[in-house]
Every structure is written in C-alpha cells, then in structure tokens.
Ligand binder design. Structure first.
Ligand SMILES: Nc1ncnc2c1ncn2[C@@H]1O[C@H](COP(=O)(O)OP(=O)(O)OP(=O)(O)O)[C@@H](O)[C@H]1O
Ligand SMILES: [Mg+2]
Length: 299
C-alpha cells in the first residue's frame, strides 16, 4: 500500500467573493497536489498564483469553495492533525510580548508542558539565534528577527509536517543557511517540509520535488532534474574534428554541438567517421528561473 501522503489537495477550487462589489476572484481552480512523507517539497509560483490560499485551506484557516484534501491523513481543518503541523505565515504577526514567553505560549497551545517545554523553548531560541533577545518585546523586533521567531514558533512542537510560507524572505544570508540546515535536519528526522519560496536558488539546493503553480493550477510537478532536463535536445562535446564540418562552438580544442534528440545518433556517427572522439553527451539543462518565466508567460 502506498504511504499516506503528508499533504493532499483534491480538486480544490477557491473563489473569494467581495460582497460589497459583486466581484469574485478565483484563486485556485481544480488544484490537485500530493506531497509524500519525508520530502522537502518546493511550492513555487508568481505573486497571486494561489500559494498562500492553498496553504491556508490546508491549515484550516479557510474553506475551499469546492474540493477538499487531507493533511497527515486527516481532512483539512482536523484539530488533532493540526497539532502535529508547524506553520509559518508569510506575514509573521506576533503579539507585544517577550519573545521567550511567546514561544512558550505557542508550545503550550500545542499541548507541550514543562520540563520539555522549557528545554525546547531554549533549544529553539538558540537555533534561530535569538537567545540574547529572549527577554525583549517581539513587537519591537526587526523583520528578520520576527521571521526567526516565527520559524522557532513553527518548529517548537517538533512537527511531523512543517509548512513554511516564504520563511527566508527577510533573513540575512547567515539566517538563510541556518533555516536551510533546519529543514535538512527535519528531513533527516523523517519529517515533511512544504516550502513556499521565491528564492529559486534555495529551492534548487534543498527540494526533492517542486510544483509550479500558475493562476491557481499546478503547471508542473516533479523533481528538479525531471523539470529542468528536457530530453529533446542534447549537447555533444567532441574533439579531433574540423569545426567547419559541424555547426558547433569551439572552445579549448573541444567542439560543442547542440542537436535535437533525433539527430543525436547520426551526429555521433558522423564525428566518428570524421576521425573525431566524442567526449560527452548531455541533455540541455534549463535553469529553474528559465522554466518559471516560460510557464508564467505561457499560461
Ligand atoms: N482575502 C482575500 N480576498 C479576496 N481575494 C484574495 C484574498 N486573499 C487572496 N486573494 C486573491 O487570491 C489570489 C491568490 O492570492 P495568494 O495570496 O494565494 O497568492 P500567492 O501565490 O500566495 O502570492 P504571493 O507570492 O504574492 O504571496 C490573488 O489574486 C489575491 O488577490
Ligand atoms: Mg503568498
């Protein structure tokens, strides 16, 4: 039997209605997605694509107009499942309380008690490097400090599934590295990470699979390798041939020839016939940014 998905959206449609003016915005349309347990899943898409909407529906902060889904095996909105999930909102809004107290408060909400709660609070403050600011009013924190506290809040209960809506947008480079390490540590411990981010290099570095959402629909889903390596064009690197015989770029004695998949074999044979040597055959690799921009324009 396949494992229970950590997160599963099944044909979710969400329409926001404004009651004053008779308008509606369709934020999600027949949106379906499956996130497997134990993976770091990247959730990408242009501004307004519907990412935060999808996350809020999963957490149970709002209802879909139609369709539904499951989180850790329970229907969206299930309170017991929610306690096993950590969530960082894209707009971290915390109360005017001491940072350490706030963190304890979130732990208590998730049913944690001392001494475990005290130990975990200290550990999380240390991980996000806010130990020295623990007694300060979080309402006066800088944006990056708030985001750090938000991450500590999301992980305080050692959740099985962590949902992070742009966790590193305000972080300095050191903070980004630390959050990346925290995500990798979570995966090693068998947890699932669902990460919405506009930082494509970060996503490329750590995500096992990604989905690109365009206008409320999943435009692409797969591993980065699957999505970026198109199998229809290849670069053949050769040497010992006359560059004029092949349309290729010459560099340091090597010739790089770009060919469609159908011509790959014939080109290699032609190189051999000409007395040349084939050094490498590689599929053409797009960047994630190329793919993102292409999909955003096409759809
Ligand atoms: N409460 C709301 N009322 C009306 N429309 C909304 C509401 N929340 C979101 N929308 C609309 O739904 C669409 C999707 O918004 P959403 O916040 O889910 O996008 P997003 O993918 O998270 O974008 P971003 O990358 O900018 O965070 C947008 O057109 C947005 O204006
Ligand atoms: Mg958003």
């Amino acid at each position: 039997m396949p494992p229970t998905p950590a997160l599963e959206f099944d044909s979710v449609t969400k329409e926001y209605r404004t009651f004053f003016r008779n308008e509606s915005v369709r934020a999600l349309e027949n949106f379906s997605l499956r996130v497997e347990p134990g993976e770091i899943f990247g959730f990408l898409g242009p501004n307004g694509a519907g990412k935060t909407t999808a996350i809020h529906i999963a957490i149970g902060l709002m209802f879909p107009s139609s369709g539904g889904g499951r989180m850790l095996g329970s229907p969206f909105g299930n309170a017991a499942a929610r306690r096993k999930v950590g969530f960082l909102s894209e707009n971290v809004a915390l109360y005017h309380r001491r940072a350490g107290k706030l963190l304890r408060f979130y732990g208590e909400l998730n049913g944690m008690r001392d001494p475990e709660l005290r130990r975990r609070t200290q550990e999380m403050l240390r991980q996000v490097q806010l130990e020295d600011a623990a007694a300060r009013n979080a309402g006066k924190f800088s944006r990056g400090m708030l985001q750090r506290l938000g991450i500590a809040q999301a992980l305080i209960n050692d959740p099985d599934l962590v949902i992070l809506d742009e966790p590193t947008s305000a972080l300095d480079p050191i903070g980004r590295v630390q959050v990346r390490e925290m995500m990798l540590r979570a995966r090693r411990a068998g947890k699932t990470v669902f990460l919405s981010s506009h930082l494509l290099s970060e996503v490329e570095q750590i995500c096992d699979r990604i989905a690109i959402v365009i206008r409320g629909r999943v435009a692409r889903v797969g591993t980065i390798k699957e999505l970026l390596e198109s199998q229809d064009r290849f670069v053949i690197t050769a040497r010992g041939i006359d560059a004029l015989m092949f349309e290729g770029a010459q560099q340091n004695g090597y010739i790089r020839i770009t060919v469609p998949a159908l011509k790959q074999r014939a080109t290699i044979e032609k190189i051999w016939l000409a007395g040349g040597e084939v050094m490498a055959v590689n599929p053409i690799r797009q960047t994630l940014e190329d793919l993102f921009v292409e999909l955003a324009h096409k759809n």
